[in-house]
Design a protein around this ligand. Structure first.
Ligand code: BG6
Ligand code: MG
Length: 221
């Protein structure tokens, strides 16, 4: 039976994926190359330093020292944090809070599984931390998605076995990680990009009572 719902943060709970894109694009611009939305898709769910590696490779830059890379990543993070400063509780994506409330009222345990080191800050800014029983994030894990570590850690923190966990993800790397963790996964967004998910929905607004009943075993009324 289904006992826990595990949520990615960036792009699932709040639209911070667009802020990551803006900050990486600004960095690419400073380095003298353009950064497209389709290349950005590969960065979603991936750790900060691995994202930087992908970005540099897409711009043909291969010869930077580790120190210089650290410097570029922290510059990106400063710009990203400036964008995070604008977040308010109104930025929680449509349908999310209602769905979390419904799950919790039916006894389903809830957790965040995010690669981000900024996860605690974001959860606090949009005031949604109280709706989660546990948080696994970039500060508590060693290996980024598509490694299953962050999902397994979230399941462990909740005390729920992987087979009883449902994951909600907007990134291909996250869908892959959840599958490797042995969990069921719902893709949020473009079905073509998330083809490995067990099911894809456009947004939480689209979660019909019939979905809740047939896939999760909850009565949605
Ligand atoms: C993931 C995002 O949630 O966190 C990635 O999808 C991001 O785009 C990663 O690179 C790491 O985030 P942060 O905040 O630690 O740089
Ligand atoms: Mg995401």
């Amino acid at each position: 039976p289904f006992e826990a719902a595990i949520f990615d943060l960036d792009g699932v709970i709040v639209d911070t994926a667009k802020f990551h894109y803006q900050a990486w694009k600004r960095l690419a611009g400073e380095l003298g190359f353009d950064f497209s939305e389709s290349t950005n898709e590969q960065l979603k769910g991936v750790s900060r330093m691995e994202s930087l590696e992908l970005l540099l490779r897409s711009g043909g830059i291969t010869d930077l020292t580790a120190e210089r890379k650290e410097e570029l990543a922290s510059r990106k993070n400063e710009w990203y944090k400036e964008l995070l400063d604008t977040l308010t509780p109104g930025d929680v994506l449509p349908g999310v809070s209602g769905f979390l409330g419904l799950l919790r009222s039916r006894g389903v345990r809830t957790a965040i599984a995010s690669a981000s080191k900024n996860a605690p800050l974001i959860l606090e800014k949009v005031n949604i931390r109280p709706l989660f029983d546990a948080v696994a994030d970039g500060n508590t894990i060693g290996r980024a998605k598509p490694d299953p570590e962050v999902f397994l850690q979230a399941g462990r923190l909740l005390g729920v076995a992987p087979a009883a966990c449902f994951v909600f993800e907007d990134a291909a790397a996250g869908v892959e990680g959840a599958i490797r963790a042995g969990m069921r996964v719902v893709g949020i967004g473009d079905g073509a990009l998330l083809a490995r998910a067990h099911l894809t929905i456009a947004s939480f607004e689209q979660l019909e009572p019939v979905f809740l009943l047939s896939h999760i075993g909850l009565n949605g009324d």
